[in-house]
Unconditional design. Sequence first.
Length: 197
Amino acid sequence: MATLILNADATPVSVLPLSISNWRDAVKMYFLERADIISSYDIHVRSENLTLAVPKIMLSREYIQPPKAVKFTKDNLLLRDEFCCQYCDFKDVRFNKDNVLTMDHVKPRKDGGMTTWDNIALCCRECNARKGHRTDMKPRKAPHRPSYYQLAATRKNFPVQIADPEWIPFIDWVEDDKIILIPPQFDFDKTECQMLF
């Protein structure tokens, strides 16, 4: 079961990926007084002395700064290159495990090319196979290290998966047709709920 974690200014802590926590970590945040519960599911966890509704949306008590550097991951690379092959403009707007786009070393590894922001371009399988170890094929946009804010702005152009319609007001950049509602998964049984504390 997912809990949306909001910053002190009521915006998501992160959009890369969306700041979602599992219910156990959300309950810990509450008891450690790091966040307040804004909204809860109709499911309760119990101890001998306490009954608590599972948090749906939480608000951090302190403002959390966005990271200065962006991690090099395939999901972030997909965002930087806007899900588009940098050689032929083929587009596949799906995230990591389902996406058919590959990472191409502009300067091949055999020539000392590193797996870094400045040497990797998004590439479809056909273009990657055609390019191979050649260096005469150049990507349409030169690879570069993006900032958090550049990737966050790009992320807001693509669909987002949410667990509950109550999250929508806090994810204000998303148009209605870009919201994919995934019903919450209950990852515990009644015995575990009663013996939690």
